[in-house]
Design a protein around this ligand. Structure first.
Ligand code: CMC
Length: 430
């Protein structure tokens, strides 16, 4: 049965307005407020979009209360266990799991586009060696429009899909190039006989002087982490990509903006911040002291890797990654005191009234850094790993937007500045 509209009465004007209830295939009912300014003369005020759906989308569903995440209907737990990153990429981009022949063609396509124009390496080499890799990524990806402007007709579906595939294919190559520039190592080229994650690891760590064999444990762990980071509906960076896309800007510009949004510590930068925080805590005995700081309203310190705008339950990706962190450490035959510290921190926080009451649970970033660290990824590259994986989500949302465009994203504001006043000449200002 269809929902009845919600009727709002405006006591100021004596008018009433029926607002239709919009329902998707799952999730909360949503009020369509488009007619509000025209009919009643009001805008709505929702800083941070805590109560606003900016678009409709068929890609990812989250039920934050229940801790559910599904891509195109498939639970993240099943994808993490049974699928691969490239297959999830196909699913997010195209809407369904591929048949074997479709998967083979997709893998071939992505593999074909892994190289970057040689001048892009020259471009990256222009950065200072100690530039943050996310700064280099944002610059390098934005510059792709200058290298691949041959196929940038946004009204042509083939051009759009090519741009999407190019980005998924080239992101690991660019990420590795940024790392190698920082290290002062010569360029490494993609070896297309390797899988997506093996190829990335090879480009990251192989050096001309030594033989390098990609560890199977590492490639598998990366594949899992990339699946867990591939998409997460209208998060800050994806909304940024959609917003930039809504202006008609090219997808490389949109994804570059997404990378910049992801960098913030409240978003993807949290994985780097978690590791820095664990290192700062240093010892299990200091955990209560840091928990106390996180609860202190006058202290800007927050427990990084904890809390989420949408999840008010355990982030399902955090459970998958925590289990994987144990497996990776066991497979590598190592242990990491930071893992013990993280688990202790989690245990104490989950029992603490403050965290319980505010429903703050570990999120995707809480354990991912421990795996990256175990696999030799430097802390400053953690958010870059997130960016490689999330590129799939960004381009899927950008494609969805292009197929079903919303008007240019243009929020309104509540103006709080001075009322109109007259200009006073400089000499008369006293
Ligand atoms: N430590 C301590 N207190 C917290 C934390 C935290 N990590 N997160 C939220 N709170 C408190 C917050 O101070 C607020 O308290 P009060 O109601 O007294 O003002 C309450 O919980 C609600 O928090 P909020 O800031 O209104 O929630 P939000 O939805 O605006 O923010 C968040 C979500 C993820 C930005 C926030 O939880 C946070 O800063 N977490 C730490 C950073 C982090 O781990 N980010 C990664 C997010 S998941 C991956 C991704 O999206 O990229």
């Amino acid at each position: 049965m269809a929902d009845k509209p919600v009727i709002i009465s405006d006591e100021n004007s004596g008018k009433q307005l029926e607002l239709p209830v919009v329902r998707g295939t799952a999730g909360e009912p949503t009020l369509s407020i488009k007619s509000l300014p025209k009919e009643l003369g009001y805008f709505t005020y929702d800083p941070g979009f805590t109560a606003t759906a900016s678009c409709s989308s068929a890609i990812t569903f989250i039920d934050g209360g229940q801790g559910i995440l599904r891509h195109r209907g498939y639970p993240i737990e099943q994808l993490a266990k049974q699928s691969s990153f490239l297959e999830v990429a196909y699913l997010l981009l195209k809407g369904d799991l591929p048949k074997a022949s479709e998967y083979a063609e997709f893998e071939r396509d992505i593999t074909y586009h892994t190289m970057v124009h040689e001048k892009l390496n020259t471009f990256i080499s222009g950065f200072h060696y100690d530039a943050h890799p996310m700064a280099m990524m944002a610059g390098a990806v934005g510059s792709l429009a200058a290298f691949y402007h041959d196929r940038l007709d946004m009204n042509d579906p083939e051009h759009r899909m090519l741009a999407a595939k190019r980005m998924i294919a080239k992101m690991p190559t660019i990420a590795a190039a940024c790392y190698r520039h920082h290290m002062g190592w010569p360029s490494a080229y993609p070896k297309n006989r390797l899988s997506y994650t093996e190829r990335f690891l090879d480009m990251m760590f192989s050096v001309p002087a030594e033989d390098y064999e990609v560890s199977e444990v590492a490639a598998r762990a990366f594949d899992l982490l990339f699946i867990c980071h591939a998409d997460h509906e209208q998060n800050a960076s994806t909304s940024t990509v959609r917003l930039v896309g809504s202006t008609g800007a090219n997808p490389y510009a949109a994804v570059s903006a997404g990378i910049s949004a992801l960098w913030g510590p409240a978003h993807g930068g949290a994985n780097e911040a978690v590791l820095n925080m664990l290192e700062e805590i240093g010892d299990v005995s200091k955990v209560p002291q840091f928990i106390q700081r996180a609860k202190d309203r006058n202290d800007p310190f927050r427990l990084m890797g904890f809390g989420h705008r949408v999840y008010k339950n355990y982030d399902p990706r955090a459970s998958i990654i925590r289990e994987a962190a144990h497996e990776v450490l066991a497979d590598l035959g190592t242990s990491d005191p930071l893992m013990d510290l993280a688990m202790e921190l989690e245990q104490i926080a989950l029992k603490d009234e403050y965290f319980v009451e505010k429903r703050l649970y570990p999120n995707v970033d809480f354990y991912s850094g421990i795996i990256y660290k175990a696999l030799g990824i430097p802390t400053s590259m953690f958010t870059v790993m997130f960016a490689i994986a999330r590129t799939v989500g960004w381009v899927s949302h950008w494609l969805e937007h292009c197929e079903n465009p919303t008007p240019i994203g243009r929020p309104r504001q509540v103006y709080t500045g001075p009322a109109e006043r007259d200009y006073v000449a400089l000499k008369d200002r006293g």
